[in-house]
Design a protein around this ligand. Structure first.
Ligand code: BG6
Length: 517
């Protein structure tokens, strides 16, 4: 007994003990971040603001250099001015730190050919010597996916892939989704990259994985003893994963018309959320072990064919109102074909065929121009097996529910039944809530860049998982796209709603009956 007490020490700080990972703190190698697509939107809106935040927080490596590469001719001063304009739109921009940050930024214009990359190799070598960045390079491909293979090959050809004779320092390559548009193209892309880079040099970004609340799924499940025993088919009725957006496609018609919601959201973010929710505990918290478990889940998802209104429901938004303002139908968006059959909404019912999850449906819902932006994972527990209150209360007692809010609430809510105070016997649903709201989270892009600089692949896709997810989705995409009755399978929904009518009962299960109206 005494021994038991000793082995479970009293919580320090009234139970608010904080245990932190100190592995990478202060250990980042000096490096140069080379951004291809440096004059583009992603660089301006995501990458540079993230870098600036990291710089302001003192978390960038030292020494550190950024080299922006794109086709447009620019000098360093013009490049810096362009980036500053982007940063000025950020609410937390601190102009006082700008001059020091700007001194790290350089520009080199490239054509995507061998001569240009040979010039880049010389330029980087000289800059390394000047800045003492040790030949360590992180190549970030913020370019259209059609250029991934070309850039990978050109880097390899110019001796910049870190696996050739130049061999001083490391080289890593970061790619944004989409990783192909189906299984075949994903495999081909990988083959091209792998001619010059090893798997441990390739960082496939999924920004959902770097969200605090998404990272927290594993902490909640595996750093607490109370949830895991219930986390299975015996206690869970269904799981809902929702990523609803009120935004439309903005200026991305060209990309979106080619991808649609399944490629844009399901192949990556939605399946990652499912994998985190459903995976087995890895033997330890290490990138390969965690990614091994995730890929096992993806491979256990029951393949399904496109049976309309059964396991898959597709929709496309029509005109409607968001926050009281009229918005255009998808087919009226600039750059979208008048008769477009691209789905902007999908609801999928998936089953993970393994011992833990057999028979438990996972409802995945995502769409554009929905009522509001909500990202949430819901674990719906089973009802009590027997209600002893049936003679005094309703026959049914509302089952427990655990919600992991990703947006707008970053929270965890556990709902349960409690007696309403008063002389009558009334049960009421109550919640225990934990909100991240008051704590400043870390910018997901900053987290991903730091991890790539540290060589930590935990939050990045591994190729086997990319292929497993495409293996599941490719036949469905092909069925949907080749189907003659395609137009009738695409259910319209008014912008500002929770999706097509047929989806309502399922969406209600995730957002809650009240909000789901
Ligand atoms: C991107 C998709 O990956 O994720 C976009 O391409 C989508 O279409 C976005 O809007 C959603 O991300 P978040 O972080 O706003 O939920």
């Amino acid at each position: 007994m005494t021994q038991d007490l000793e082995s479970s020490p009293a919580p320090k700080d009234g139970g608010r003990f904080c245990s932190c990972d100190a592995r990478s703190v202060g250990k980042l190698d000096p490096c140069t971040l080379v951004i291809f697509g440096a004059s583009g939107d992603l660089t301006l809106r995501k990458l540079v603001p993230a870098l600036f935040r990291m710089f302001s927080a003192g978390s960038l490596p030292h020494p550190f250099t950024v080299v922006g590469c794109a086709r447009s001719p620019m000098n360093d001063a013009e490049f810096r001015r362009h980036l500053r304009q982007g940063l000025e739109r950020e609410a937390d921009f601190n102009g006082g730190l700008w001059p020091e940050f700007a001194a790290h930024l350089h520009y080199f214009d490239v054509d995507y050919d061998a001569a240009s990359f040979a010039g880049l190799a010389d330029y980087l070598r000289d800059l390394d010597a000047l800045r003492q960045t040790g030949g360590n390079r992180l190549f970030h491909l913020a370019v259209p996916p059609s250029l991934y293979g070309t850039i990978g090959s050109l880097l390899g050809g110019a001796g910049l892939s870190g696996t050739g004779k130049e061999g001083n320092g490391w080289a890593r390559i970061v790619v944004e989704k989409p990783f192909g548009r189906d299984l075949g193209s994903a495999v081909r892309l990988d083959e091209t990259l792998r001619r010059h880079f090893r798997e441990d040099q390739i960082f496939r970004i999924d920004h959902y994985l770097a969200k605090e609340t998404v990272q927290n799924v594993l902490m909640l499940r595996f750093a607490n003893a109370i949830f895991e025993p219930l986390w299975n088919r015996n206690f869970i009725d269904h799981v809902g994963i929702l990523a609803a957006e009120s935004l439309g496609i903005g200026k991305r018609a060209g990309y979106y018309e080619e991808s649609g919601v399944i490629r844009d959201m399901f192949q990556n973010h939605m399946l990652q959320l499912l994998a985190l929710t459903a995976m087995e505990p890895p033997s330890h918290f290490e990138a390969e072990r965690v990614r091994d478990e995730k890929v096992k889940v993806l491979r256990s998802i029951r393949p399904f064919s496109f049976k309309p209104d059964d396991n898959l429901l597709l929709g496309q938004y029509g005109e409607g109102k968001i926050d009281g303002m009229p918005v255009a139908a998808y087919r009226q968006e600039e750059g979208v074909a008048a008769g477009s059959l691209t789905p902007t909404f999908a609801l999928m019912r998936l089953f993970v065929d393994n011992w833990r999850w057999k028979g438990v449906p996972f409802y995945l819902v995502s769409g554009k121009r929905m009522k509001s932006k909500v990202t949430r994972i819901v674990i719906q527990f089973r009802e009590v097996p027997h209600t002893l209150f049936h003679n005094v209360l309703d026959a049914r007692i509302i089952a427990n529910r655990l919600e992991m809010g990703i947006y707008p609430e970053e929270d965890i809510r556990l709902s349960f039944q409690a007696k309403e105070p008063g002389p009558r016997l009334c049960l009421k649903t109550r919640t225990m809530d934990f909100r991240y709201r008051d704590q400043v989270g870390f910018d997901p892009y900053a987290k991903m860049l730091l991890d790539a600089m540290a060589g930590d692949q935990m939050l990045f896709w591994r190729q086997d998982a990319v292929e497993a997810s495409w293996e599941l989705l490719t036949p469905i995409l092909h069925d949907c796209e080749a189907c003659r009755g395609r137009a009738t399978l695409l259910h319209p929904y008014p912008a500002g709603s929770w999706g097509p009518q047929g989806a309502a009962p399922w969406v209600e299960r995730i957002v809650g009956a009240e909000e789901g109206k």
